[in-house]
Design a binder for this molecule. Structure first.
Ligand SMILES: [Zn+2]
Length: 325
């Protein structure tokens, strides 16, 4: 049976159960760590908030959450371990860097001028996958990659190429971020050209694009796609849930349940100064970590989507994608 690394160590694929494939217990846009005077880090408050989130999703039968936070945006495996240990929720953490526009590109850009950038990113992914993150011994269960709107920059390609190579050796699934749902086919092609297994790739945030022909083009690459931003509506080019749901129902109707996963991309704690989460709650009132269970699944069922199709998206696909079995 396949195995997957959680923050508490490896578990078998059969233990994953109902899975949210892309969420964040903590997230901060790079720069937050410079604002600690007004936005100090409160570890206990983050754990408390994480435990509250864990209880909310567990009440809907969720057994596993993938925390897709990139390395430079507040990834904190020890804190996730604390939340997992206390709550009993499986938490899977990531290894990866965010997009050039929204991440922290200065460091690896400089390093790639000093030597082969792909080789250096490869070394990082490999070391984290084999020995763990920093000195925590906690190993990532997914690689997280991101590209920009309408392009995969040279900087972003470094991580795509490196992650695909380590995936071939270590069998770790790849979760991507597309900006407004663009570059889905290109992300798949790039990863596959470097040897990644299409069945271990999820092209994420693809629901940001509501063009059915485009969505089918991505599915035809043999990869998974993520309708993984339910509740993020109207902001930064995001479509409404109604449009996303219409696409999802259509794709399920023509037989693609086996290639689709659903999630919220919820951010439970915004690192840095207070304010971002509060504003998000005002402008996106449906964005919360149980929105799928309370609003989206009922809408899908009303349209004739079956319990089996929902189980496929939330249990079977995450298991195959994460563990390869
Ligand atoms: Zn995310």
């Amino acid at each position: 049976m396949g195995q997957i690394n959680t923050v508490l160590g490896p578990i078998s694929s059969g233990s994953l159960g109902k899975t949210l494939i892309h969420e964040h217990f903590l997230f901060g846009y790079p720069g937050y760590s410079g604002d600690i005077t007004l936005g100090p880090f409160n570890r206990d408050a983050c754990i408390k908030a994480g435990l509250e989130m864990a209880e909310k999703v567990k009440a809907h039968g969720v057994v596993t959450v993938v925390d897709a936070t990139p390395n430079e945006t507040g990834r904190d495996p020890e804190l996730l371990k604390e939340i997992a240990g206390q709550s009993g929720l499986n938490i899977i953490c990531a290894s990866g860097y965010y997009s050039e526009g929204e991440g922290a590109p200065a460091y690896f850009k400089l390093r790639s001028q000093l030597g082969d950038g792909v080789a250096q990113a490869y070394e990082m992914f490999k070391k984290e996958a084999v020995d763990g993150i920093g000195d925590t011994g906690i190993r990532p269960g997914v690689f997280k990659l991101a590209s920009s709107k309408g392009g995969i920059t040279d900087y972003e390609q470094i991580f795509f190429r490196a992650a695909a190579r380590v995936q071939k050796e270590e069998g770790i699934a790849i979760v991507t971020h597309t900006e407004e749902g663009t570059m889905g086919p290109e992300q798949a092609d790039l990863l596959i050209s470097e040897g990644a297994d299409p069945q271990r790739i999820m092209i994420g945030h693809i629901g940001g694009n509501t063009d059915i022909d485009y969505l089918l083009q991505v599915l035809e690459k043999g990869v998974y796609i993520g309708f993984d931003r339910f509740g993020i509506e109207g902001l930064a080019g995001a479509p409404t849930d109604e449009r996303r749901t219409a696409c999802l129902i259509g794709l399920l109707g023509v037989g693609y349940a086996g290639q689709i996963m659903i999630s919220h991309d919820w951010v439970n704690v915004w690192l840095g100064r207070p304010g971002i989460g509060e504003i998000a709650a005002m402008v996106m009132p449906n964005w919360n970590p149980t929105h799928i269970f309370e609003d989206i699944i009922p809408a899908l069922k009303k349209a004739g989507v079956t319990d089996d199709q929902i189980t496929t998206m939330m249990v079977t696909n995450p298991q195959k994608f994460l563990t390869g079995e």
